[in-house]
Ligand binder design. Structure first.
Ligand SMILES: O=C(CO)COP(=O)(O)O
Length: 133
């Protein structure tokens, strides 16, 4: 199970705390993240996180490329809805690719919690079936 973890600056604490809280679930997955988010999560949890570029430098696009190749099973992208981002087109593109490829994506903690509990329950088995074909 490949999980992408991304958060804008004012949402990073929320995502880090979320991964700490559900560490036992994330520990069973392959984790990917944009540069700063990935580092923060690694420092807080000790989990390995494959880190791409920072978002404004292309990290969202790198994760988008994995989504386009159907190599990402779940995306947690805690966006900041109250602050403009210089790389807004990259953010929109990443979320668009999730819709194109039918990838579960959460942009806030309330949805992330539902998806992570579903993951723990085994509701993502369909992704493994698709990927093994
Ligand atoms: O900007 C981001 C997502 O759009 C996140 O990038 P960082 O994790 O490097 O801060």
């Amino acid at each position: 199970m490949n999980i992408a973890l991304i958060a804008h600056d004012r949402k990073k604490d929320t995502l880090v705390n979320f991964v700490v809280a559900y560490r036992h679930i994330f520990a069973k997955a392959n984790l990917y993240g944009t540069g700063t988010t990935g580092l923060r999560i690694h420092e807080a949890t000790g989990l390995d996180v494959h880190r791409f570029q920072s978002g404004p430098l292309g990290g969202d696009q790198q994760i988008g490329a994995l989504i386009a190749e159907n190599r990402m099973d779940l995306v947690l992208f805690f966006r900041d809805p109250l602050m403009a981002q210089p790389h807004e087109p990259d953010i929109i593109a990443l979320l668009r690719l999730c819709d194109v490829h039918n990838i579960p994506v959460a942009t806030n903690m309330a949805t992330a919690e539902i998806l992570v509990k579903a993951l723990e329950r085994g509701d993502f088995a369909w992704r493994e079936t698709i990927n093994s074909q």
